[in-house]
Design a protein around this ligand. Structure first.
Ligand code: AMP
Length: 236
């Protein structure tokens, strides 16, 4: 926990040559990575550092499912099978969320775009993106990690039975909510999600590389080493 606090409060970690100023920066960042690569955790850390919100499309959809309105009904049947929610639904969800006041000074998009059609829709909108960060992690590591992942039902913070243990078993450090295993973290669904990632989302790396926007970080065994790698990559 101490590390996260230090990360959230420190400017030193960014180094002298970092092109981003922590205070007053408008940072519009996409994090692109396979499910379970740690993008949610890294997004959370960067969000504290830059003081900008993380917009996690998966979290928005899951909240809608548990709250039960129209979007929840549509999204639930796709998510539980490890399939993508249709593009037109996602584009509406993201445009609506990014138009809110708290996104004016930037945001971290976690989970969108997820295919070329969504990236093209984003390009056509008036939303400008500064950097696309990828976090590379091998499939075998992901399968092992997702088997132990826990998520807060209330605030969406993520934990792991081995790598990021909550202070009190089954209870969220942030808000005291219940920690649960996500329905789509079952091994057969994880494989399906990884296949979908490789076939549909991974081509986005080339798409953004050609636009000169891509920064690649290699995921490490633990969260703090990955965070340092992310900082290095962003501070080039
Ligand atoms: P995540 O929490 O990012 O792993 O997302 C969980 C699930 O939500 C995914 O497996 C998809 O079913 C759905 N989802 C989230 N973001 C998108 C998106 N941009 N496009 C389509 N489906 C999405």
């Amino acid at each position: 926990m101490e590390f996260y606090q230090q990360f959230a409060n420190s400017t030193k970690l960014w180094g002298k040559d970092c092109k981003f100023e922590r205070i007053g920066v408008v940072m519009k960042l996409i994090i692109l990575a396979a499910p379970g690569a740690g993008k949610g955790t890294q997004a959370e850390l960067l969000s504290k550092h830059f003081n900008i919100p993380t917009i996690s499309t998966g979290a928005i959809l899951r909240k809608n499912i548990s709250d039960g309105p129209r979007l929840g009904e549509i999204a639930g049947k796709y998510i539980n099978d490890g399939k993508f929610v249709p593009d037109e639904v996602m584009i509406e969800v993201v445009s609506d969320r990014l138009s809110k006041d708290d996104c004016k000074n930037g945001f971290i998009l976690d989970g969108f775009p997820r295919n070329i059609a969504q990236a093209e829709a984003l390009d056509k909108s008036d939303i400008e993106i500064d950097v696309v960060l990828t976090i590379e992690v091998a499939d075998e590591t992901i399968i092992e990690r997702l088997g132990g992942r826990l998520e807060c039902k209330n605030c969406g913070s993520t934990y792991h039975k081995v790598h990021r243990i909550p202070k009190v078993e089954g209870v969220c450090d942030n808000c005291g909510g219940n920690l649960v295993t996500r329905a789509d973290d079952k091994p057969e669904t994880v494989k399906e999600r990884l296949n979908t990632y490789h076939s549909q989302t991974e081509p986005l790396k080339k798409y953004y590389e050609e636009k000169g926007m891509l920064k690649i970080a290699y995921g490490k065994e633990n969260i703090s080493d990955t965070a340092n790698e992310v900082l290095k990559v962003l501070g080039e």
